[in-house]
Each structure stands twice: as structure tokens, then as C-alpha cells.
Design a protein around this ligand. Structure first.
Ligand code: ATP
Length: 479
């Protein structure tokens, strides 16, 4: 079966309660989405899996949870106030606002966007006009004010963070001293970030409020390159461990001219989010970026750091974020390797990758969401074969209650068994457990596999162990 497009997933997500358009009863809010009962479980499972791989299964990474609103100076010295912007152009014809760097034009050699606009090579994708304004920088940070101050009081201006990374850099010394770490070590964080995107869209791929999973790994300068390479491989393997097909993942080396000002090298992990596009190159987009940020950030936040260009002198910080190596008696600014992934884009990728269709013996099309068991919102559905039989219903409910402390189980009796199975297949539940008349006699139930539709008879006393083994997840990841 060919891969589903995002539209198919939007429909499934809404129909089954993974993701709803936000504020729908008031006409929605451009590109804002809410996770429903299944979506919140899936997204929590993605985050739990990442946290386990980053923090619990390693010896060298600590976690933190920093504030969303930080002192404005953080964004001044990180460079975001000056440079965190997209080039914006307006179409004079239809008034659409566009990101100049995303517009397409026939490229004859390396021609700058400004020149392409002047030469009428750029077209508005909405109306086709070439009458576009000059590009101007549009800062993507959301602004707000703290305290009971007037709207225009600049001294109370703050931003909603556009990335979680800076909260990690400004806590570098706190974590270093309290955890008694030595290089190399990392700090991980999961949390919301906000960007006033010019052109959000493609469902949860690009939104203005989203969640990131970021880790800053601090290393001795000179040791950064091989460690960067290791993280690229680790992260690629993590996506594969979620069950994503290797054919739908690829590494993309950012060319020098695309690199952010702080980066020495960045490799993106891309997913085939747009399989329907004819141009094979345009089928891919970023799921995660793994950057070598050098010592840029720690230096930028340090009180008057040494800097040959004399540009980044910081008179506002009270501390120096350098590192002292006890063994060699050297003081220096560590380099930073940063794997940064989006929770929402990972949720979208696993949904697209898990989507499959299969015909039943009556030739009817069934959707099966082949989610990795660790990510599946529900691990087992307990279904009574006859809902008018109190003994069967009672037994099914008791089984559900006995399973729920160790794995996420639900009870459902709102349809015939065929319909109940189809419903669970469509939301990715790996196992259905059916209680029938025979169960009352032999204390056994039928366990049905989502992917093969094979059924197996299992003693109720063995059920928990049986499911745990087949789910192949540790107790920690089972819920
Ligand atoms: P893009 O080029 O797609 O705008 P980016 O390179 O600006 O992304 P980063 O700053 O590297 O993104 O952020 C790390 C990760 O955060 C991205 O790989 C992506 O998964 C996620 N992310 C960034 N912006 C958004 C957004 N507007 N909506 C959803 N996820 C996002």
C-alpha cells in the first residue's frame, strides 16, 4: 500500500480522538491543534521513550525543566533578538504574507532573494503575481509583558521561549555543580516552545505552539566532531526503535550557506512527510536537527568572555560559564552537540508510518495503525462477547481492573465484536482480549493480535505475564 498523505491522518486523528482543531467552536485558530484522549497518550509515550533513551539508559545525562518565560537578556545574548527572524514578503496583489526563503523560482546560479524579487522571478503561490515587496526580517518570538505594566512598557517586555535550549545553557553551572559532573555530559529537557511562524501549516508539522525534546551535550573542544557523529547515529537509531521504516528516514547534511550562525555542522534527520509530491526531493522535511553549536552559547552568556571579534562581550551576566578541568588544570568553554527533535513532528511521523489498510474476509477495507507497542495509546482492550450477560461483563471488567496497574487497558462493550476489533485496530491497540461464554467455564480468554488477526486462548491467571511478554516493553514503558 502506498504511504498515506497528511490529509488521511488528519481525518483519522479527528475521527478517533487523536488530534482536534483547536478552538473549533469559535472557528478555530490558524494552525493550532489540541491533543485528544488518544493523542495525549501517544505524545506522552513518545516523550517517555525519548527521556528513557536520553536520561535513564545512559550514565552521562541529567534532565531539567526550565521556565518558558526567561529574563529578556537571555534572548539578547543568545542572538535571538537580532537574528531569530524569517524574511517576510507581501504580495501586493492579494496581500498574502509569504516567507521569501520558501518561495520557488528558477534558479540561474546563486541569486539572492532580493534580486529574484526585483527580476520578477518569484511568484506568489496564492495568486501567481510577481508583484512582491522587498523582504524584511520578521522576528518569530512572541512578545508579552510581565506584571501589571502598560502594554508599551519596554522594561517589562519578555518573550515566550522559541526553543528550550537556552534554558539549559543558563543552568549549565547549576547542573554542573549540583550533579558533580565532568565532561562529557549532557542536559536534557522536554517542553513547549513558541514561534510566530509566518506560514504555519501541514497539520501538526508546523504550528506556532509546539513541543521540543532537546539535549545539550557538553564536550571538550577538539573532541566535538566524533561525538557529533555518534549522536547523529544514536538519534537515527532512536527513530528506528520507534518502528519507523528506514525507507522513510534520511540524513540531510545542511550545506554551509544554510547553517545557523552558531553552528559548525548540522545534520537533520528527515522524514518522508509528503509522499504524494512528485518531486522526490520535496517529499522530505525535518524531524530533528543535530547541531554542533560550538562554544557559542556558553560564551555568549558569560560575563565578558574572551572574544577576538569583541562582539559578544556580555556586561549583563553575573557569571562565567566556562569549565575547569581538574585533571589538566585548564579552563575553557565546552563545545555543545545538540540533538533537537519536535514531539509533534515525531507524533505525525509515527502516525503516518503506522498507517496501513487491510481487507477482511468480506472484502471490507480496514485501517490498522501498526504503532510500536511502546507508543500505542492503549495496550489491551477487554471486550465482552455478550454485553447482556452479567457474568461475562463482570469477568471482563474484573480483568480490565487487574491489568490497569501494569498496562493501559480499556473496557468496551458498545458494539458487536467485529466492530470493536475494527475500532481497536484503527487506533493501534496491539491486543484485544475477548471474554466469551466458554471463559466462565475454563477461566481462559481469547487474545487477538492487531497485525495478524490471529487468536490465542490464554488462561486468565497467565494473561498479565502473557501480554507483558508480547508487548516486549519493560514495566516502565508499559503504561
Ligand atoms: P524548520 O526549518 O522546519 O522551521 P527549524 O530548523 O527551525 O525547523 P529547530 O530550531 O532545529 O527547527 O528546532 C528543532 C525541532 O523542533 C525541529 O526539528 C522540529 O521537529 C521542531 N520544530 C521547530 N519548529 C516547529 C514548529 N513551528 N512546529 C512544530 N515543530 C517545530
Amino acid at each position: 500500500m502506498s504511504a498515506p498523505n497528511i490529509e488521511t491522518i488528519v481525518n483519522l486523528a479527528k475521527r478517533r480522538g487523536f488530534v482536534f482543531p483547536s478552538s473549533e467552536i469559535y472557528g478555530g485558530l490558524g494552525s493550532a491543534w489540541d491533543y485528544g484522549p488518544l493523542g495525549v497518550e501517544l505524545s506522552n509515550n513518545v516523550k517517555r521513550s525519548w527521556w528513557r533513551a536520553m536520561v535513564y539508559e545512559r550514565d552521562d545525562i541529567e534532565g531539567i525543566d526550565s521556565s518558558i518565560i526567561l529574563n529578556r537578556m537571555v534572548w539578547k545574548y543568545s542572538g535571538h533578538e537580532d537574528t531569530f527572524s524569517d524574511p517576510l514578503v507581501d504580495c501586493r496583489e492579494c496581500k498574502t504574507r509569504l516567507r521569501a526563503d520558501k518561495l520557488e523560482y528558477e534558479q540561474s546560479g546563486a541569486i539572492k532573494v532580493e534580486d529574484a524579487i526585483k527580476q520578477k522571478l518569484l511568484r506568489c503561490p496564492n495568486c501567481g503575481s510577481t508583484d512582491l515587496t522587498e523582504p524584511r526580517p520578521f522576528n518569530l518570538m512572541f512578545r508579552t509583558h510581565v506584571g501589571a505594566t502598560a502594554e508599551d512598557d519596554e522594561s517589562a517586555l519578555v518573550y515566550l521561549r522559541p526553543e528550550t535550549a537556552q534554558g539549559i545553557f543558563i543552568n549549565f553551572l547549576n547542573v554542573l555543580t549540583t550533579s558533580r559532573r565532568k565532561l562529557p555530559f549532557g542536559i536534557a529537557q522536554i517542553g513547549k516552545s513558541f514561534r510566530n511562524e509566518v506560514t504555519p501549516g501541514n497539520f501538526i508539522f508546523r504550528t506556532r505552539e509546539f513541543e521540543q525534546m532537546e539535549m545539550e551535550y557538553f564536550v571538550r573542544p577538539g573532541e566535538d566532531e566524533p561525538i557529533h557523529q555518534e549522536w547523529i547515529e544514536n538519534c537515527h537509531n532512536w527513530f528506528l526503535s520507534l518502528g519507523i521504516s528506514p525507507d522513510n528516514l534520511r540524513l540531510y547534511e545542511q550545506p554551509k550557506e544554510e547553517l545557523a550562525h552558531y553552528a559548525k555542522r548540522t545534520v537533520d534527520i528527515q522524514y518522508r512527510f509528503f509522499p504524494e509530491r512528485e518531486d522526490a526531493e520535496k517529499q522530505w522535511d525535518e524531524l530533528m536537527g543535530i547541531a554542533n553549536r560550538t562554544d557559542f552559547d556558553l560564551k555568549a552568556h558569560s560575563k565578558k568572555p574572551e572574544n577576538e571579534e569583541g562582539k559578544r562581550l556580555n556586561p549583563d551576566s553575573t557569571d562565567d560559564l566556562s569549565y575547569f578541568d581538574e585533571a589538566t588544570k585548564e579552563r575553557f568553554y565546552p563545545y555543545v552537540i545538540e540533538p533537537a527533535a519536535g514531539v509533534n513532528r515525531t507524533v505525525l511521523a509515527v502516525l503516518m508510518d503506522a498507517y496501513s489498510e487491510k481487507s477482511n474476509d468480506k472484502g471490507e477495507k480496514r485501517v490498522i495503525l501498526k504503532l510500536h507497542p511502546e507508543l500505542a495509546p492503549i495496550k489491551a482492550a477487554i471486550l465482552p462477547l455478550a454485553k447482556n450477560k452479567p457474568e461475562i461483563v463482570g469477568m471482563a471488567k474484573a480483568i480490565k481492573r487487574s491489568l490497569q496497574p501494569v498496562l493501559r487497558a480499556v473496557y468496551d462493550d458498545t458494539g458487536g465484536i467485529g466492530k470493536l476489533y475494527a475500532r481497536q485496530d484503527e487506533i493501534g491497540t496491539p491486543f484485544c482480549v475477548t471474554v466469551d461464554h466458554q471463559s466462565l467455564e475454563d477461566e481462559a480468554v481469547t487474545v487477538r493480535d492487531r497485525d495478524t488477526w490471529e487468536q490465542e486462548r490464554v488462561k486468565v491467571s497467565d494473561l498479565q505475564e502473557h501480554l507483558r511478554k508480547r508487548l516486549q516493553v519493560s514495566g516502565v514503558g508499559c503504561q
